[in-house]
Design a protein around this ligand. Structure first.
Ligand code: ADP
Ligand code: MG
Length: 697
């Protein structure tokens, strides 16, 4: 009989239950204090914890341990050490000290740092993050860690997130006191990241150098059938996909990830996995882990999981919907409107803090989703536009209008005055779920839809937490003098009215895919940064630097370093893509075209000899010949552009050159090649086409 899920759920995770069962009571309590309040762990306790984790991990089959971290490369990093230590008799014992648990010193020199290491120290270290659980996987104990330089500068994605969570907790607790929440001692941000992905047959994948090297198809004519029939979304699962998803769920559950929803997505071969939300910290680790498991499980099924934002042109790309909210330690969801007038007032104030924050720092949200891969998605007519705006739904929007205009909000059943009557609740799904909005309120949380499918969600959540911290602390400054006074409500209303008047422009409930919206957004003065290179220079804008500094997320050099790394990654990504195109064109696609032209010419020759007409062959050969000429020229042009880019020493101009010149030539080359592909017979085309790739599982 199959094991029941609760029996094996989290069986590979060293979580609260295991800790409580295995650790001596006083050690457990000390560790909990560290986990909950960030209190330093003394070495004696660390030694006991380490020993207990080691015994548990060995029982689970582990021979090694690794500090697991998230450097700026975009993937996770790990280096495995075995537990073995020499015994005096020439034998081995299994050993794991508190020191080895708490701190590691990987050779950091090969990780991107944006110049930080030169200015500080050559080495970095990893430090255990006890707020995320250790787990066992593939024979190793994984210890979630942060990665810092010796002078304490961040070299990873997790540290800024943890810092932002701390800042948010502090500011939110103080803010909540204003509304009579005396018992709340901490607030944490929560995240549920819906993960989209493509699945294709490995046999197809193996024949495509572009997929292997860049994760996306750089050539490929559109198939006769795309997603126009909407027959893939929520369609029943084909057997291989169903088997894959079943095993994926089991693997995720064993790792304590609450994989909840699975379904087919809009594009052919596209699917989604959504977990149940958790704290941003754990949610980030789990999302990184989930992506890895998705890729590995696929291979066991002879499949390949593609996490790239845009593996196939002409059909939807993949995103990662970042559902975000805040939860208090006494169980409130701060984006839940609540049942009493006071709770509603608190909710509306937080909502207005978000409205103000997203309006003032729209560029930061855009930056948080910036990557070469995601550039194909944002602003295309299937993903949220590159313009950040907020969707609240009609009802909530009407409530805010009433506040702004000092009128009473009426529903069919009741009239509502802020702070006096309880708001009608906004059940999830009550309003039309606007799918075109980048930042949508969905009843009890916000859904930020810009994040790319392969991206780490830490950055998005770190920036969002920081923005909210800034606005909540500003509101607190204004309202605190009126705390407990009779006119507190009046002051709140005044503040909200003021905020709405100034920041209403960020709210947009219409269709974000239209050209009219682009125009309208421009009139409203909302920033529109179509690409990574357009938005990144704004990372270090004074206002952004100010809040990131203020809450201790990044200092100036850290922020500059991040920007550099992101821009460099952008340039490198495009360069790899361009070189892959050149190689595929020279080694596979152009030769195939030429040999088919030769074949056609041979036929013309032969037919002429025996006096047959050969119009078709001649016309096809001529057409292909012209295209081959253009293709050849494009290859040369692209190559010299890539070389030219190498000459540009400054980081930003180089990235811009890649964006404006290299990408443009890549597009031209692709158009030429795709036209050729449409004419060529399959047996002459050396790589699988779109239909073979996306309709084969
Ligand atoms: P939909 O596709 O309709 O947006 P899903 O059920 O696929 O909905 O995904 C919704 C996601 O939002 C899930 O990951 C869910 O756990 C998450 N979520 C729900 N409530 C919260 C919350 N308070 N904070 C963060 N995420 C949440
Ligand atoms: Mg969603």
């Amino acid at each position: 009989m199959a094991k029941s899920i609760p029996d094996y759920f989290a069986e590979n995770v060293f979580n609260d239950v295991v800790m409580k069962k295995r650790l001596p009571k006083n050690v457990y309590n000390t560790l909990m204090k560290t986990i909950r309040n960030g209190q330093q762990l003394d070495m004696m306790t660390a030694d006991i914890v380490a020993n207990t984790i080691k015994d548990w991990a060995i029982e689970k089959g582990a021979t090694h341990y690794t500090h697991w971290f998230q450097p700026l490369t975009g993937s996770t990093a790990e280096k495995h050490d075995s537990f073995i230590a020499p015994a005096p008799n020439g034998m081995a014992i299994m050993e794991f000290s508190g020191k080895a648990l708490v701190k590691g010193e990987p050779d950091a020199s090969s990780f991107p740092s944006g110049g930080l290491r030169q200015t500080s120290s050559a080495r970095g270290y990893t430090a255990w993050d006890p707020t995320s659980y250790c787990f066992v996987k593939e024979g190793s104990l994984y210890i979630p860690t942060v990665f810092l330089s010796y002078t304490g500068e961040t070299l990873d994605k997790k540290t800024p997130l943890l810092r932002s969570m701390q800042a948010l907790s502090k500011t939110a607790v103080r803010f909540l006191r204003l509304f009579g929440n005396e018992n709340v001692t901490s607030v944490h941000s929560t995240v549920g990241a819906e993960q989209e992905y493509f699945i294709i047959d490995k046999k197809m994948y193996d024949q495509r150098e572009d997929l292997i090297l860049t994760g996306r198809t750089l050539f490929g004519a559109k198939p006769p059938k795309g997603q126009e029939l909407d027959d893939q979304y929520f369609a029943n699962l084909r057997p291989r996909i169903a088997a894959y998803m079943q095993e994926l769920d089991e693997e995720l559950w064993k790792l304590g990830i609450y994989s909840k929803t699975k379904h087919n997505e809009v594009a052919p071969a596209q699917h989604e996995m959504a977990p149940i939300f958790t704290t941003s910290n754990l949610g980030t680790d789990q999302n990184e882990l989930a992506m890895e498991v998705m890729e590995k499980v696929a291979l066991r099924h002879g499949l390949v999981c593609l996490l790239h934002e845009k593996p196939f042109e002409g059909v939807n790309g993949s995103g990662k919907h970042n559902n975000w909210s805040m939860a208090t330690d006494d169980g409130q969801n701060l984006l839940d409107p609540g049942d009493t007038p006071m709770e509603n007032l608190q909710f509306l104030t937080i909502l207005c803090a978000l409205i103000k924050g997203i309006d003032e720092y729209a560029d930061l949200m855009r930056i948080s989703a910036a990557s070469a891969g995601n550039d194909h998605r944002l602003g295309a007519d299937e993903a949220p536009p590159a313009i950040v705006s907020m969707f609240l739904g009609e009802e909530l929007d009407a409530v805010l209008k009433a506040i702004e205009e000092d009128t009473v909000f009426k529903t069919s059943t009741k009239a509502f005055e802020i702070g006096v009557n309880a708001l009608p609740s906004f059940p999830k799904d009550s309003t039309d779920r606007n799918r075109t909005s980048p930042f949508a309120f969905t009843g009890n949380r916000f859904e930020f839809r810009m994040v790319g499918s392969s991206d780490n969600i830490a950055c998005t959540n770190a920036l969002l937490n920081t923005i909210v911290s800034e606005e909540l602390s500003e509101f607190t400054e204004i309202l605190e003098p009126h705390k407990n006074s009779d006119h507190f409500e009046t002051e709140v209303k005044k503040l909200l009215k003021d905020v709405l008047k100034k920041h209403r422009r960020i709210i947009f409930n219409g269709d974000g895919y239209t050209l009219e919206w682009v125009e309208e957004a421009k009139r409203r003065g909302l920033p529109n940064y179509p690409s990574t290179v357009d938005c990144l220079p704004h990372y270090t804008d004074e206002k952004n630097m100010r809040i990131l500094n203020k809450f201790g997320i990044y200092n100036e050099s850290e922020l500059k370093a991040r920007t550099e790394v992101l821009l460099e990654t952008y340039s490198k990504t495009i360069r790899i893509e361009a070189r892959t195109m050149i190689e595929m064109a020279r080694k596979q696609l152009l030769p195939a075209t030429l040999s088919y032209i030769e074949k056609l010419c041979g036929a013309v020759d032969l037919k002429n000899k025996i006096g047959m007409t050969s119009n078709t062959e001649r016309k096809m050969a001529e057409k292909l010949n012209d295209l081959a000429d253009a293709f050849y020229e494009s290859i040369d042009t692209l190559e010299s552009l890539v070389n030219n880019a190498a000459e540009i020493k400054e980081i930003q101009p180089r990235a811009e050159f890649f964006r404006r010149k290299v990408v443009a030539e890549m597009e031209r080359m692709r158009t030429t090649c795709d036209t050729i592909e449409r004419i060529m017979p399959s047996e002459y085309w050396p790589i699988p086409d779109y239909s073979q790739m996306i309709y084969n599982v």
